[in-house]
Design a protein around this ligand. Structure first.
Ligand SMILES: *[C@@H]1O[C@H](CO)[C@@H](O)[C@H](O)[C@H]1NC(C)=O
Ligand SMILES: *[C@@H]1O[C@H](CO)[C@@H](O)[C@H](O)[C@H]1NC(C)=O
Ligand SMILES: *[C@@H]1O[C@H](CO)[C@@H](O)[C@H](O)[C@H]1NC(C)=O
Ligand SMILES: *[C@@H]1O[C@H](CO)[C@@H](O)[C@H](O)[C@H]1NC(C)=O
Ligand SMILES: *[C@@H]1O[C@H](CO)[C@@H](O)[C@H](O)[C@H]1NC(C)=O
Length: 370
């Protein structure tokens, strides 16, 4: 059976994103940005097709100049190139605003753009339907050729606060420019350099078929759920055998129990984080760090376990003697480096020197253990 093209493309994308992103922090889906001057903001996320992007503005109308109008313009761009979206620094990404061509030949994608004009702050803070129709989207043209006039339209109507919709499963770059415009009376003695006085919160949300979960996080959530169930199953099996053979249990079997419990706990915490992403669009960083530390502890214990078993402790040898020191040293080193690596990974410092050192040390210790 042959899969339809769109379907297989979708599957490839999902697999690619999951493999590529295994081991980076989960994607946030709700952002609150404080705006108090002319400002640009860049948001990056992988989105499912038909995910809707919402923008809301919240603030106190009293803290806002009466003579201010706002032009809030946005630009949404998809690209087949993951790095174009996720590893372009903000200042370079800003230059892509309004761009209708690919950065390089073959980095194809689509774009859409639009703006919203607000007469004053009260109208900015009022929830409303911004557009009668979603703005059409267009394919990016290759750098050399002329811009195409092909544009694709949406059949459905936008909801309250909806700005744009994603057209395919892909990484997206969403750029917002906030421009306050002064439309005061000229004869009032307000200099042109007068500070524009305003402050509000811009809330950007991306919600699709799996709520706030992105194509990168959804399969991971499923993975953690399945693993949690597997560990619960292992735990039950362990308890069952424990009950049957508790008379002749070897001490080493308690290590196995500990590793199973830690693994269960770790997967449960990760799963709950991805659930939180799904329903709230955000996660508690403390909990993710806790899960990473649990995971580090579990992996260290598992490695010591393998070593102990290979040394025959509790099976053919009653005591380990002096090798205990070496075992403990290996365990602590492994715990240290994997904790550092895990914490750096979820806090976003994955590409630094410390992370590199931690990673190399981990690989070294691992190969020694093997
Ligand atoms: C805008 O807010 C930031 C912090 O939120 C502050 O540092 C900055 O001075 C503010 N700018 C103006 C023009 O009020
Ligand atoms: C997206 O929505 C359109 C119409 O609203 C529908 O025809 C299309 O099948 C949807 N695509 C996906 C992938 O759900
Ligand atoms: C708002 O800004 C966009 C580009 O940033 C521009 O194309 C549009 O004409 C502006 N609208 C108004 C009403 O000034
Ligand atoms: C704000 O603008 C809206 C129309 O855009 C107008 O109806 C309303 O009266 C204005 N409010 C103030 C306080 O000027
Ligand atoms: C672009 O416009 C020209 C003339 O306006 C038309 O002949 C051509 O078919 C259009 N191309 C596409 C892809 O719609």
């Amino acid at each position: 059976m042959k899969m339809p093209d769109a379907q297989s493309h979708r599957l490839c994308f999902l697999i690619f994103v999951c493999v590529f992103r295994l081991g980076t922090a989960a994607e946030v889906s709700v952002w609150n940005v404080e705006i108090n001057s002319t400002q640009d903001a860049v948001f990056r996320k992988t989105l499912y097709a038909n995910t809707t992007i919402f923008m809301k503005f919240q603030g106190d109308p009293a803290s806002c100049d009466r003579n201010l109008a706002f032009n809030i313009s946005w630009y949404l761009r998809s690209s087949v190139c993951y790095n174009e979206v996720f590893n372009t620094p903000d200042n370079k990404a800003m230059n892509m605003f309004g761009m209708d061509h690919m950065l390089k030949d073959g980095w194809s994608g689509f774009y859409s753009q639009g703006y919203m004009y607000f007469d004053n702050c009260s109208s900015l803070f009022l929830p409303k339907v911004y557009y009668t129709d979603f703005n059409p989207y267009q394919p990016l043209t290759s750098p050399k050729s002329d811009p195409s006039n092909q544009s694709l339209i949406w059949p459905d109507k936008p909801d309250i606060s909806a700005v744009a919709k994603a057209w395919e499963d892909s990484p997206y770059l969403f750029i917002v420019k906030v421009q306050p415009l002064f439309r005061g009376l000229e004869d009032e003695d307000i200099g042109a350099e007068q500070q524009l006085n305003f402050a509000f919160t811009m809330k950007v949300e991306m919600k699709g078929q799996h709520d706030y979960s992105s194509p990168a996080d959804w399969p991971l959530m499923m993975f953690f759920m399945v693993m949690c169930i597997v560990y619960v199953f292992f735990g039950a099996l362990w308890l069952f055998w424990f009950a049957c053979y508790w008379r002749d249990l070897l001490r080493i079997q308690f290590w196995i129990g500990a590793v199973i419990i830690l693994g269960m706990l770790e997967k449960a915490v990760f799963y709950s984080e991805y659930q939180s992403i799904r329903y709230k669009g955000d996660y508690v960083q403390g909990a993710v760090i806790f899960a990473e530390l649990l995971s580090a502890l579990k992996r260290s214990l598992a490695r010591i376990l393998v070593l102990i078993v290979s040394l025959g402790y509790g099976i053919v040898k009653p005591r380990l003697g002096t090798t205990v020191h070496r075992l403990v040293a290996v365990g602590i080193l492994y715990l240290l480096f994997s904790s550092v690596e895990g914490v750096l990974r979820v806090t976003g410092g994955f590409y630094g020197t410390v992370a590199l050192v931690a990673n190399l040390s981990l690989s070294l210790i691992d190969s020694c253990v093997m």
